[in-house]
Design a protein around this ligand. Structure first.
Ligand code: G3I
Length: 304
């Protein structure tokens, strides 16, 4: 295979990218998107503030264009994200208690109903754990009660029983980190009690403060052993040249070594599309040329 998506498909995986809708008119960007990827995630357009700008008034127009494009290029869609402390619309930021809990559930139900059958995996809950310890992040959602996460997953299952329901977070890649253990224990508890959860997303934003860990494969396997799929959902790697390429290749090899690691998404196409203000963390340079990191990913999948 000669593209990322086709090479990954030969190994039974998908290879996706975050897409920013306003970049689709850029022909270099669109050409790479259409050619290389068979899964897409909206970088911002399916977040709570984008889809429900006023309470119970939904705006699906922009996000629907992503679904259309995905269908045109034969890509599946990861939904991102239904419940999150960040990028909440103003009306939600100022809510609390039962009203907020009900608003969260209504958002999940309305959005998943609109997209029923069109989204392969949903990030139902995003980034609910604190950095640096194994506990929950303080947020307005957390203050509605510790059961808000399982409430979100149960609501999601009822809304679209066929969609895969994921918990997604960052800094959960290193098996020895407390945050990783905190999320692991939650998933273990959910599986033991029958709370519906199908997958765990590892964002995998690797940089000097949170580097690719040597035990990444162990982490993916240990979560998979709980009975969930694991997905690499927002991959980008600080650096350049051979060092960066080697790390990208290692991430792919780790996913391929774990049967239930069913796909990888990079968080943008060209370095200039990255959310990071500086650096060169992606697979294509600013002109759209494939980097050494691209070749490492392709060859790790057995393509060339
Ligand atoms: O839409 C406005 C636009 O109207 C305005 O002109 C412009 C001026 O700055 O801002 C635009 O909104 C920005 C939006 O991206 C779209 O470009 C927001 O300020 C900015 O905060 C937002 O950043 C996004 C960030 O999530 C917000 O939390 C990044 O694009 C996006 O890559 C990033 O993605 C997150 C994942 O969702 C969760 N995991 C971490 C990851 C990286 O931070």
């Amino acid at each position: 295979a000669t593209t990322l998506g086709a090479a990954a498909a030969e190994k039974g995986r998908y290879f996706g990218t975050a897409v920013s809708l306003n970049r689709l008119s850029d022909s270099t960007y669109s050409t790479i998107l259409n050619r290389e990827f068979n899964s897409v995630t909206a970088e911002n357009e399916m977040k709570i503030d984008a889809l429900e700008p006023q309470q119970n008034q939904f705006n699906f127009t922009t996000a629907d264009r992503l679904i259309t494009r995905a269908n045109e290029i034969g890509a599946k869609v990861r939904g991102h994200t239904l419940a999150w402390h960040s990028q909440q619309p103003g009306w939600m930021q100022s809510m609390s208690g039962t009203a907020l809990r009900n608003a969260m559930k209504n958002h999940i139900t309305q959005v998943m109903t609109h997209y029923k059958g069109k989204i392969d995996s949903w990030d139902v809950v995003n980034e609910a754990f604190d950095d640096g310890n194994g506990g929950r992040r303080d947020s307005n959602l957390q203050r509605t009660g510790n059961d808000w996460i399982e409430d979100a997953f149960k609501t999601a299952r009822a809304a679209d029983p066929a969609a895969k329901l994921c918990y997604n977070d960052y800094n959960t890649d290193n098996w020895s980190w407390a945050k990783t253990q905190g999320v692991y224990n939650m998933v273990k508890d959910f599986k033991a009690r029958g709370v519906p959860i199908d997958c765990v997303g590892f964002q995998s934003h690797f940089n000097s403060g949170s580097p690719y860990p040597g035990n990444y494969r162990t982490t993916l396997q240990n979560f998979a052993d709980l009975g969930v799929d694991v997905q690499i959902t927002e991959l980008d790697i600080e650096g350049s040249g051979t060092t960066q390429a080697t790390t990208y290749g290692n991430v792919v090899k780790d996913c391929l070594a774990v049967t239930r690691c069913n796909g990888i998404t990079v968080w943008g196409i060209r370095d200039t599309d990255s959310w990071r203000a500086s650096g060169t963390p992606l697979l294509f340079d600013g002109s759209g040329n494939p980097k050494a990191a691209y070749n490492a990913v392709l060859s790790a999948f057995g393509g060339s």
